[in-house]
Design a protein around this ligand. Structure first.
Ligand code: EPZ
Length: 431
């Protein structure tokens, strides 16, 4: 079982290049099959979920030319099957984007029910409501979601809950529909805008992405494009928090500062110094940070995907903080692991009450999901001594070369497969 060994206690310093946004890239890959011409996607993050989705797209017949780790040329003209199901695809959440893309282009799709991090029930009722409103028949049988339509006609759709996935999926299904589709109470995340921008560069007609009303006028067909994925605001935010939690000085490069505003303003509020540049942000952690209140909200609010990371940071800040999770119902599973490292956190309902401590003690912990796994690595970097983080497969789903980028900032971290390797690393680190 792969795990990270971390020797903590060192302030991390330097510059780190941020990769393309995983949650934008997954949707862009699905959108790419909606034309029969070549679509080139650049600045692709080299993470496990991307590789799983590309493999499955190849299995249904799409031509996949992986030019390199960060660039792919996709051609959907050779797709022969509209049924997407395999062991791996059931593990990722973004498989559902193939529903919208295949339904939009072929008026038929059958995709395994999505998996993804276990942070809540994660229903897809809003995706189904959107497809049915456009005129599709949707059913769920034997763990597969099937959607088919004689034709798709644009209608107005009100999203009962702000949903990134459902907003994007309805955009995909509506792009080639007849008439006009209006999505109200739409998600405004940067990756929603990224998908709309790429679809428009392929000839779609989508207006209002980034606001809560998106208008899609369906077109006859889409053509090829060359498109670059936006930088990953959550990866950037995670490294910014690493500076805060280790008392270091880190510049995240290749970012869009505007996408980071909710994170930057909170780091400034708790005592970090922040310098913003055109495509970079520098965070210098204070000697002792202080408490604050966090409530996770849809963009542009504080992102739920940064909730474990800010909780770890506040667990070392002076005073008592509150972190309220309003998006997912089960996103505090890491708290028990953090308490084993000496954190003083109590969860009551949707809120974690955090009393800052001076230091974490090193411990062996288990990553419960992608972002919590990254947060536990952050905690280990701040703790004195050696910690082990197991189940790092979750971290690899969403962070490209996470340990390599941390080593580039001075972290003493290594991926090992067994106790012997762990011991060798510890002896080497002692020097
Ligand atoms: C996307 O998940 C991201 N995943 C998540 O990132 C992210 O946390 C989430 O958006 C919110 O920003 C991908 O993009 C692959 P939602 P998604 O639909 O689309 C409820 C990570 O760490 N809901 O915006 O599944 C849902 O239960 C991952 O990178 C319905 O009720 O999130 C949740 O409470 C974790 N019915 C809320 O909406 C639906 O049909 C927001 O979910 C859909 C969602």
């Amino acid at each position: 079982m792969d795990r990270y060994i971390v020797k903590g206690g060192t302030p991390l310093e330097g510059e780190v290049e941020i990769s393309g946004a995983k949650n934008a890239a997954l949707a862009l890959l699905a959108a790419a099959i909606m034309t029969d011409e070549d679509v080139t996607i650049e600045n692709l993050p080299n993470v496990r979920d991307i590789n799983v989705l590309l493999q499955v797209m190849g299995e249904i017949g799409a031509k996949i030319n992986r030019v390199n780790d960060h660039k792919v040329i996709i051609n959907g003209s050779t797709i022969t099957s509209y049924t997407v199901d395999n062991e791996s695809i059931r593990k990722i959440r973004a498989s559902y984007y193939l529903l919208g893309a295949l339904l939009g282009k072929y008026k038929h799709a059958e995709v395994a029910l999505p998996g993804g991090c276990d942070i809540g029930s994660r229903p897809i009722d809003l995706h189904i409501k959107g497809f049915e409103t456009l005129g599709a028949n949707v059913s769920i049988e034997r763990g597969m979601v099937s959607a088919s339509a004689e034709e798709l006609i644009g209608k107005s759709i009100y999203m009962d809950v702000v949903s990134v996935g459902a907003t994007i999926n309805i955009m995909l299904a509506a792009a080639l529909s007849g008439g006009r589709c209006v999505i109200e109470n739409a998600a405004k995340e940067p990756h929603v805008v990224d998908v709309a921008n790429m679809l428009n560069s392929m000839g779609a007609s989508i207006r209002g992405a980034g606001t809560d009303v998106i208008r899609i006028r369906g077109v006859e067909k889409l053509h090829g494009t060359v498109y670059s994925v936006i930088p990953d605001q959550i990866e950037a935010g995670t490294f910014m928090m690493v500076a805060a939690v280790t008392g270091g000085d880190i510049t995240v490069k290749n970012v869009i500062p505007k996408h980071l505003e909710a994170i930057t303003s909170k780091l400034y509020e708790i005592g970090c110094s922040v310098e913003e540049y055109d495509d970079a942000v520098r965070i210098i952690g204070g000697p002792r940070l202080h408490s604050t209140k966090i409530t996770t909200l849809p963009y542009p609010g504080f992102p739920t995907d940064m909730q474990p990371q800010i909780a770890v940071t506040l667990a070392l800040a002076e005073g008592t903080s509150m972190v309220t999770e309003t998006i997912f119902e089960n996103r505090f599973k890491y708290v028990d692991e953090l308490v084993r490292m000496g954190a003083d956190i109590k969860v009551e309902g949707k809120t974690a009450f955090i009393t800052g401590v001076e230091k974490f003690s090193s411990a062996d912990v288990v990553a419960p999901d992608l972002r919590a796994g990254a947060a536990l690595v952050m905690a280990a970097l701040a703790a004195d001594g050696y910690s082990e983080i197991t189940d790092i497969k979750y971290i690899k789903r969403g962070y490209e070369d996470f340990d390599g980028k941390l080593r580039g900032l001075g972290a003493i971290i290594r991926e090992v497969s067994d106790d012997r390797e762990a011991m060798k690393f510890k002896l080497k680190a002692i020097g």
